[in-house]
Design a protein around this ligand. Structure first.
Ligand code: PMP
Length: 344
């Protein structure tokens, strides 16, 4: 494998000679992580006295906000020495973090093992394999004491693989730090400091607490930080149950939350029912030409509520963690929606 240096390079580099002085050339795919665009909603905010701006994390090279944490977790582990050159990265995830790790691992010369659930989509399996990750199946329903449990499988692989490293996205402070150093400052700069409210859906909590903390620090506490929560998740006040918004919510007991989630940063958590989430996803595509994932629909549904309640002239920024192409056979499939009881 070829390895590239992850130290910041001040990309994009200024091209010279035959490339032409007006072109921008990035020195590797890793330099494409972050600096995602923000777009204003126009149709869905008609009649509101406040603005809703959406940060399009699907524009990262692996297609989600998780590229940021993959890059920062690997960079930090390399710098501290816990991840040696050529060391294997092991993570239990069926989601975007696996794709981010597979992509950055490929670039940095680290083999990547992804422990996944049996119902991983064919698309995700293909993407992970294309980046050269090794895939190992585990039972997502299995109790932590069961050897088939995903974390047990990942721990076993790590124990059997010399020089391996568990990235542990739910416990690794390089996850929220990526958003403190990247996502938060970008929002502040892109809105010229006018952001008044920040909304992100909560999975590991890295995005909402990392970017939220930066925005609190830089605004002397003025920016309101709101977590978006799906029905069935114990991050909100409702009952624990089935969660059908990918990548977000918690099935842990109500008094437990991961180390990457700093609840003290949040001013509020709002829960939105699945019908409103998927209706927002549909309207974003139909009325704003924004094809986004369900957790984006969740955050934007909350952002619209916040914009409705806030003082006129407020500037509400919502995170869209990934794009809709990953969900063509789910959120955008009428049969899947009907089967989920969200047909009309
Ligand atoms: N949406 C999607 C699709 C995700 O994969 C994740 C991460 N699990 C999130 C939202 C939530 O982000 P965070 O882990 O930073 O809370």
């Amino acid at each position: 494998m070829t390895a590239i240096d992850l130290r910041p390079t001040g990309a994009p580099s200024v091209p010279t000679g035959e490339v032409g002085p007006t072109d921008e050339v990035y020195d590797s795919v890793a330099a494409l992580v972050g600096n995602t665009p923000i777009v204003e909603l126009n149709a869905l905010t008609a009649g509101l006295g406040s603005r809703v701006l959406v940060k399009l994390e699907g524009r990262n090279p692996g297609g989600s906000s998780k590229d940021r944490i993959a890059l920062n977790m690997i960079r930090t582990a390399e710098a501290s020495g816990v991840l040696a050159p050529g060391g294997t990265i092991v993570e239990a995830t069926s989601g975007n973090t696996g794709i981010g790790l597979a992509l950055i691992g490929r670039l940095t010369g680290h083999p990547v093992v992804i422990v996944h659930s049996s119902d991983i989509s064919a698309e995700k399996r293909t993407v992970l394999a294309a980046y050269g990750a090794r895939l190992v199946e585990a039972d997502w329903e299995a109790d932590p004491s069961d050897p088939a449990n995903p974390r047990a499988v990942a721990d076993r692989i790590a124990a059997e693989t010399p020089g391996s490293w568990r990235s542990s996205q739910f416990a690794n402070t390089a996850n929220p730090d990526a958003h403190y150093q990247g996502t938060g400052p970008e929002i502040w700069r892109q809105t010229a400091g006018r952001v008044t409210h920040f909304v992100a859906s909560i999975g590991t909590g890295g995005t909402v607490s990392g970017a939220g903390r930066f925005l609190k620090d830089v605004s002397a506490g003025e920016v309101r930080v709101i977590g978006a929560n799906p029905v069935g998740s114990t991050y909100g006040d409702g009952a624990a149950g089935r969660i059908i918004v990918d990548g977000v919510g918690s099935a842990w007991p109500r008094d437990y939350w991961p180390e990457t989630f700093d609840r003290a940063i949040l001013d509020a958590v709002r829960t939105v029912d699945d019908r409103e989430v998927y209706n927002t996803v549909r309207r974003l595509a139909a009325e704003e030409a924004l094809l986004l994932g369900p957790s984006s629909g969740l955050a934007i549904a909350v952002a619209l509520q916040v914009a409705r309640d806030a003082a006129p002239g407020s500037v509400v920024v919502a995170i869209a963690p990934d794009g809709g192409v990953n969900y063509l056979t789910k959120a955008y499939d009428p049969q899947w929606l009907a089967d989920a009881g969200l047909g009309d």
